[in-house]
Design a protein around this ligand. Structure first.
Ligand code: ACO
Length: 428
């Protein structure tokens, strides 16, 4: 048997501690810090820059090489050869489905797409101009009030049913948020459509006309869903895990993930990136805009990543998808796309970006595709949430099924006031 590798921590007071070094199947080794409490100390690692918060077998990223695998399969292969429901099955169950498993899974998802009629009434409580992400946080969380029969998190069958409900209903809830915003009637899901077609139908269909999906555009949206399906322990996924570690139900946990995703440093970046391109307006202004970035007046949205210090592999697929969609829609001379390409070229040849290893991330090009598909800007992050739901549910399911699972509870470095006695109001 191989000898357990260890790291020795020696303190300046002479005490020392031997800590095990753990290896994963891929990626860097980690020092198991759990024994540190023997010294009455904690690690200090704000923003978890150097902390693995869990073990997981779902997604692997090598940020230096620009690699992303779902259950071992490279994202480029899945984006080209797979479909979204198959990827959902893979993330949730660990293996690609065979033909029968795929058909069963697809059938089960299809049978869960309708939402409780009472849920539709929630929408009336929102202002018409509510941001659809605000609606998503509320309505997805509210699912917990409707599906009591699948809330026993210790029962694997309940967990599976909740997962299917989330995968199936979130597109409907998202499309309803859009319809409510625009004043059009909600569209019931249609079982004749595939998952992505159905979402497009619920978004763009009306009761007045037959909706005929364009396969090139369906495929582009499917690719966006696949690319966003999971991304290991990012801010929203970690939020879902932390919420779930207390035993909260999956609908509430996914709602917390949606809230975390909303911010512009995370899922809100695709909306921010497109707004930035519109603000720049013309390729001739790129140099001036980049100068402002370097002066730290603002950030280049859709650029940079906590883990990728190389090209985000999803950005390359997205750039290619941009070409395909714009060609299909005869928008080859799309100004925003040309501007984005020019911005990428300028940034990647500038020492500021090169030295900091700032490359385009998935959000840099996804906004252009979503815009071309007719998805309004305020729905961009909703699309991300829709796609990421499977990742959140898979990660939550993995955590709940882990025998070592405990409530998540970080500690702190306290720098507040030392103990002091209360001062009555008339003496303050
Ligand atoms: N534009 C300009 N400068 C940047 C950018 C950017 N987009 N991102 C990082 N930097 C600079 C920082 O100013 C800092 O420079 P300094 O060393 O001179 O202080 C350096 O690069 C390191 O930046 P950090 O903020 O420490 O990097 P961190 O890993 O914390 O941030 C993040 C990652 C939040 C994604 C950041 O790159 C960013 O804000 N990007 C824009 C928003 C975005 O596109 N988010 C989407 C992320 S992907 C996703 O959620 C799907």
């Amino acid at each position: 048997m191989e000898k357990q590798r260890t790291a020795i921590l020696t303190l300046d007071d002479g005490r020392s501690l031997e800590l095990p070094i753990l290896s994963g199947s891929l990626g860097p080794d980690v020092v198991d810090m759990r024994g540190l409490s023997k010294l009455g100390m904690f690690t200090y690692d704000p923003a978890f820059m150097a902390t693995a918060s869990c073990t997981s077998g779902i997604t692997f990223i090598d940020g230096d090489k620009g690699l992303l695998y779902y259950r071992g399969y490279p994202i480029e292969q899945l984006a080209e050869k797979s479909d979204f429901l198959e990827v959902c099955y893979l993330l949730l169950n660990g293996e690609l489905p065979n033909a029968q498993q795929k058909a069963d899974f697809s059938y089960k998802v299809t049978m869960h797409t309708m939402v409780h009629d009472q849920l539709a009434r929630f929408y009336n409580g929102f202002r018409r101009d509510a941001h659809p992400m605000a609606v998503m946080v509320g309505v997805v969380g509210a699912l917990s009030a409707f599906y009591h029969d699948s809330l026993d998190i210790n029962n694997p069958e309940h967990r599976e049913t909740s997962a299917l409900r989330l995968i199936a209903k979130v597109p409907n809830i998202a499309a309803m948020a859009y319809k409510y915003n625009t004043g059009y009637p909600f569209m019931f899901p249609q079982n004749k459509f595939g998952y992505v077609e159905n979402f497009m139908y619920m978004m763009f269909g009306t009761p007045c006309e037959e909706y005929v999906p364009n396969p090139v555009l369906v495929r582009a949206l499917e690719r966006i869903f696949i690319l966003h399906a999971d991304h290991e322990q990012n801010a929203s996924t970690s939020t879902v895990r932390l919420a779930g570690s207390s035993g909260a139900n999956p609908f509430a946990c996914v709602a917390s993930g949606i809230a975390a995703l909303w911010g512009p440093a995370h899922g809100g970046a695709n909306e921010a990136a497109l707004k930035m391109l519109e603000e720049i307006g013309d390729a001739s202004r790129v140099k001036e805009y980049v100068a402002g970035v370097k002066d730290k007046k603002y950030r280049l949205m859709g650029f940079g990543h906590r883990v990728y210090k190389n090209m985000d592999p999803r950005a390359s697929v997205m750039r290619q998808t941009c070409y395909e969609v714009l060609k299909e829609l005869k928008l080859e001379n799309n100004k925003l796309f040309e501007l984005a390409l020019e911005l990428e070229r300028t940034a990647l040849s500038d020492p500021y970006f090169v030295e900091r290893k700032l490359y385009p991330n998935v959000d840099f090009y996804s906004g252009i595709v979503l815009r071309a598909l007719g998805i309004p800007t305020n729905m961009f992050t909703v699309i991300f949430a829709l796609a990421r739901t499977i990742g959140w549910v898979s990660q939550w399911n993995e955590m709940v099924g882990d025998a070592e699972q405990k409530i998540g509870r970080p500690r702190q470095l306290y720098r507040g006031a030392a103990k002091r006695d209360f001062v009555p109001l008339d003496r303050r």
